[in-house]
Ligand binder design. Structure first.
Ligand code: GSH
Length: 222
């Protein structure tokens, strides 16, 4: 098995993108196997690599890791991006879950027949339910939990950039989050990740959608 983690996923963001972000912030180099054909996916299934017949799959430390949250937690624990005690851990997990809920709403948009009402719903949920929580948590502190960089911070910067792609002004009433985003994007590893040519994936397009549908044999709408 390779020394570097190997990420098996589509050539797009989806559920793997947060894992790419976290490895990047941990300054861990990784390789990717991009799934472009049904045959590649069937091979993984036939080899027994996918415990629940789903990707993301990350080969790392001699293990075949699946389930996005489990993978994120493993990487965060290993690279000192998680908590130092159970109370901090539960806070990091609570903040992280909120962000993954919000990002999943955005993630499934391209697979939805009529995205406009969904988009409006995401915007109001983001403004009224989610962003106020992070705005308040960042009144004073530099990081969300425990005075140090954690998984929750990495997901927050990813999520804010994703939101701004859809709603460019969305952070205008959230100055603490905006300055947090400014600080985070100056971290050298993140700044490199945001440059063209990095392993960061672009927002989903028709080609990505078609690829996922073919590889997974999906019946749309989901
Ligand atoms: N709870 C899992 C869900 C993974 C998941 O839904 N993966 C999709 C691709 S993003 C998949 O492999 N779907 C195929 C299937 O469920 O048969 C996780 O978070 O990793």
């Amino acid at each position: 098995m390779s020394e570097k983690p190997v990420l098996y996923y589509f050539n797009g963001r989806g559920k793997m993108e947060s894992i790419r972000w976290l490895l990047t912030v941990a300054e861990v180099e990784f390789d990717e196997v991009l799934l472009t054909t049904r045959e590649q996916y069937e091979k993984l299934l036939n080899d027994g690599a996918l415990m629940f017949q789903q990707v993301p799959l990350v080969e790392m430390d001699g293990m075949k890791l699946i389930q996005t949250k489990a993978i994120l937690n493993y990487i965060a624990e290993k690279y000192n991006l998680h908590a130092k005690d159970p109370k901090e851990r539960v806070m990091i997990n609570m903040y992280s879950e909120g962000l993954t809920d919000l990002m999943e709403m955005i993630m499934i948009l391209p697979f939805t027949p009529d995205p406009k009402p969904k988009l409006d719903n995401i915007q109001s949920k983001a403004k009224e339910r989610y962003l106020p929580v992070y705005e308040k948590a960042l009144t004073g502190p530099v990081y969300l939990v425990g005075g140090k960089l954690s998984l929750a911070d990495v997901l927050l910067v990813e999520c804010t950039l994703m939101l701004e792609e859809k709603f460019p002004d969305i952070l205008k009433d959230f100055p603490n989050i905006k300055s947090f985003q400014g600080r985070m994007t100056q971290i050298p590893a993140i700044s490199r990740f945001l440059q063209p040519g990095s392993k960061r994936k672009p927002a989903p397009d028709e080609k990505y959608l078609k690829n996922v549908v073919e590889v997974l044999n999906l019946k749309l709408p989901l």
